[in-house]
Design a protein around this ligand. Structure first.
Ligand code: NAP
Length: 284
């Protein structure tokens, strides 16, 4: 008798989450639901049932997962979306279900790149030389900090800044990341001298970095925080599948840095749980 598909909740909102869903959506071992925060006004539709909006913290996520019979969490949210990742880790531990975290690698400089890393937006904003023409792609929190610098010229791109009025030295651009050619044109049209952004990694928002590279512009990036869940290493957490996910117990928390690795790990978990459910040895 075939085991029931594994009810799997994919915490989404990134290009990588869409890729994971594309690869697993037709796999009979899974019954997928995607979850979006609702931050993007017009998100790209996902090819699986999709819920939208916060769960109400860890408690809300635990309740939702219990009600839906979720047996596997895949956290494919953005590397800087720290709260939801913390919640996913915590909820999975409470539920006793596995959580697979997809955390793409940060971007690395190439020879000739003029990059600087900062621990906080405040440090970055404070270091900008007076008179600089700054393109900021850092989200709401960074905008609040950067607009306090009245001695620079600021182009701040983010979602949900339409109609926003700032100090006279600030232009708000309500837009998603553009193509490399468009990013380059924007930098040239506005005489940008510095790009400020997060070190998000991945392909989806790399065009601005490539554009800055091609123009020889300096790029300042917010560093990632050390992984919030590193404490969990003792509690069945492993990175990139180095732990044992094929034994009787499923380790609770795994971090992988590619879509393919997360998909492979999800299949391994499904196979293991199916093996346990029907009392046969899991596939290795
Ligand atoms: P965050 O600070 O980690 O999350 C704030 C709250 O939003 C969470 O506590 C949770 O609310 C809700 N939430 C976040 N992701 C959710 C999801 N996939 N499904 C349901 N609820 C979710 O995250 P953020 O930085 O605001 O980012 C929000 C979303 O945008 C994330 O899903 C992320 O993948 C995506 N995104 C973020 C960035 C970025 O730079 N931060 C960039 C691109 C895309 P409750 O506690 O009520 O459950």
């Amino acid at each position: 008798m075939a085991a029931a598909p594994l009810a799997t909740l994919v915490l989404a909102g990134t290009a990588e989450s869409r890729a994971v869903i594309e690869l697993l959506k037709s796999d009979a071992a899974f019954s997928l639901t995607a979850s979006l925060a609702g931050a993007t006004p017009d998100p790209i539709a996902l090819p699986v049932p999709t819920r939208t909006g916060g769960f109400g913290g860890v408690d809300g996520l635990v309740t939702y997962a219990r009600e839906q019979g979720v047996g596997l969490l895949i956290d494919a949210t953005h590397p800087f979306a720290r709260q939801i990742s913390h919640n996913a880790h915590e909820a999975a531990a409470r539920l006793g279900i596995p959580c697979l975290r997809l955390e793409r690698q940060p971007w690395a400089p190439e020879e000739g790149d003029d990059w600087r890393s900062f621990d906080s937006w405040q440090d970055m904003a404070d270091a900008i030389p007076a008179g600089a023409r700054v393109f900021l792609a850092g989200g709401t929190q960074s905008i609040e900090i950067f607009t306090k610098r009245e001695d620079i010229h600021l182009w701040a791109r983010a979602l949900k800044v339409e109609g926003r009025v700032g100090p006279p030295n600030t232009v708000f651009i309500n837009a998603m990341p553009q193509s490399e050619a468009e990013e380059r044109q924007t930098f040239l049209d506005n005489g940008i001298t510095l790009l400020c952004c997060k070190n998000s990694g991945g392909a989806a928002s790399f065009a601005k970095i490539a554009a800055a590279r091609s123009l020889g512009l300096p790029v300042w990036m917010l560093k990632r925080h050390p992984h919030d869940m590193s404490q969990g290493m003792d509690q069945g957490m492993c990175r990139d599948g180095t732990g044992d996910a094929t034994g009787k117990q499923v380790a609770n928390y795994h971090i992988h840095d590619t879509v393919e690795a997360v998909v492979a790990a999800a299949r391994q978990v499904a196979s293991q749980l199916a093996g346990q459910a029907i009392g046969v040895a899991p596939a290795t």
